[in-house]
Write a protein that binds this ligand. Sequence first.
Ligand SMILES: Cc1cc2nc3c(=O)[nH]c(=O)nc-3n(C[C@H](O)[C@H](O)[C@H](O)COP(=O)(O)OP(=O)(O)OC[C@H]3O[C@@H](n4cnc5c(N)ncnc54)[C@H](O)[C@@H]3O)c2cc1C
Length: 674
Amino acid sequence: MSLRCCATQSAAREASGRLSHLARLRQTGCRALRTIACSCAICATSSRLRKLQLCSSPDARARSSSPRISLRRQSSFPAGNDPSRQIVVIGGGISGLTAALYLARGLPEHRIVLLEATSRLGGWIDSTRVDIGHVGNNERSKGQETALLEAGPRSIRPSGAPGLAMLGLLKSLSLIPRLLLVPKTAPSAQNRFIYYPNALQRLPSNLLSLPKAFFLPSLKGILKGAWHDFRTPSRFARPKSESALEKERQRAREQDADESISTFIVRRMGKSGELLRDRLFSAVLHGIYAGSPHVLSVRSTLGALWKAEQRHGSPVRAALPSWLNKGKRQLTSQEKAADEAAAKEVSRYEKELGDVIVGRMKGISVYSLPEGVGEITQAIVDELERMPNAQFALNAPVTNIVGREARSLKLSTPHSTYSASRIVAAQPSASLDRSTSTSLPWLSHNPGANVGVVNVIFPSSLASHFVSGAKDRLLPVEGFGYLIPTATENVDGVLGVVFDSDSLPDQDVAAHASTGQTPTKLTVMIGGPHWTSKREHSFPKEQELVDIAKRALNSHLGLSKDLLEDRSAVYRAKLQLKCIPHYAVGHIARMRDLDDKLRAHPDFGNGRLVLAGASYTGVSLNDCVLHARRLADRIIAEERAGSVSGGSRSITGLESFVEDRTFALQSGAINLNG
Ligand SMILES: Cc1cc2nc3c(=O)[nH]c(=O)nc-3n(C[C@H](O)[C@H](O)[C@H](O)COP(=O)(O)OP(=O)(O)OC[C@H]3O[C@@H](n4cnc5c(N)ncnc54)[C@H](O)[C@@H]3O)c2cc1C
């Protein structure tokens, strides 16, 4: 197995890696790989080129790596199909595609139909390769140079059950040898910056760098805050009285209570918590959710902190050895059962992956693929296309869902109707709300982040032109990028900047491998909570987003106006509306209520409507895959049991909120910025 490692890979190995990739395509004749190869840099000249949406460089050309599919529509299905064996999946994002894949694999006798509203699959996954230098077109660039742009997710963490579930999916798609791995020791994993108040500050990456960090302006008050946290009693402390009323209050606190991240930090850390919220935590949340600490539920988004108070008395106490911590309490039998179930799930996925991959991934911070995260959706689509029991329809927004008979549902799109024994609804919950005539609660409750994403590329030729002396790079520091907290003056509402080419340089192809120079690639994220008071029509347009990005790169990184305005610099801006759900305070209690109502619903209950996707159980790609796999497993088990014994169906997709009442979400831990 040849896992590819970004930190150590030389240009020569890169070239040979790409060649062996091509050779493998020719030898295996594998269709999935062949499709990917058509969008790889080596084949770039022969591919169909599409103009960039907004691109300030006249030389840049882009090819979307949105999955290509040959549509097989409902009308072409064999006649006389049994609707009791038809499952419709709504939404072709990573959640819907994963659910459809595992259902089609596990239920070969069933027909799996995937309906997608738009003309492309992948949802927020949007990887595009851009040609940025052409012989003859560009004075400075000789030879061909390409860069891979991500308008949505760009990297994946391999940790925890969600990380393992994703790796299991990738293994089953034969994508493990394609992974570009960023080790935990790489500069891009170690160097993370905060821009406060008017300079980049490197955050501590390990215990050794911690003492120095106490003097950083953004971490001022952290020791005082930690001491306050240590001394503040837990809200879950056992009541002194054992009365029934006190016990009920305790139960309610344990199971239903929630608060915003802001309230939690200030309650636990006192006045210092306010400083840390505005100088540090807000920046982290800008990077993960493009969200505000005043809105997001601590229990649903930073569940580990909540759990630390619940079980150990406080987050600081949780870090101490148990003999030093009097606040630690015995786990309840329910908590023990939940922990055991979680450990069992992890070991199941570890077994699926095998020791070599599990061991290798332990040292990895994040990973992606040469053609970006879009390679995953392409590989899923390729496999589904080969399966006789799977079908897609694009441009098929589901506008209405009604329960028809005891066991069958009817879905309408503008051009067709479909019957199904079950529906897996993997579109955003607000979209489901609009299409279900019998209302289910809370589907439109959570707000979503509106984000401007500006991809910026400086072709390698610009480095030799603009960099002088000992410097060999355009950027002043090497690392993951930087985030901007609310305490920094920030009229343009910039959330942060990712140094994509530092994390994953092997996604880009230099004009001349011999010079060692590759393109410099950045992503500027704008908006989120900074736009809360704006109406949609007043969000910046694409050219305004590019101007904001240029101002940020000039003032934060000191990039010169000449460089930023050079005609070979490439800018692409996209406005992503409601792109990341914000789990507001009380999310878990609301999801339990939704679970109850759905279970008891006359049309959609009894396992007929199953909910999936980022609106409910975690927003990272890993979370989406884990929950899609879980619900597919449950449906497969129920269908198999049902086909033998006519057994009852009960799945809603929200089981995790009910099964583990202490900590429903596996991980809210994604990073919007990588
Ligand atoms: C800018 C950005 C950066 C991110 N970065 C990362 C990252 O680095 N790492 C990470 O792990 N995660 C990241 N995320 C989060 C992650 O990408 C998303 O949470 C995830 O892709 C959501 O997948 P999904 O399938 O649940 O939903 P979606 O991707 O929203 O897919 C839902 C699909 O349903 C379709 N649909 C909607 N309504 C209907 C209807 N009525 N009928 C039929 N179809 C319908 C939509 O068109 C869409 O294709 C990022 C997200 C964004 C926006």
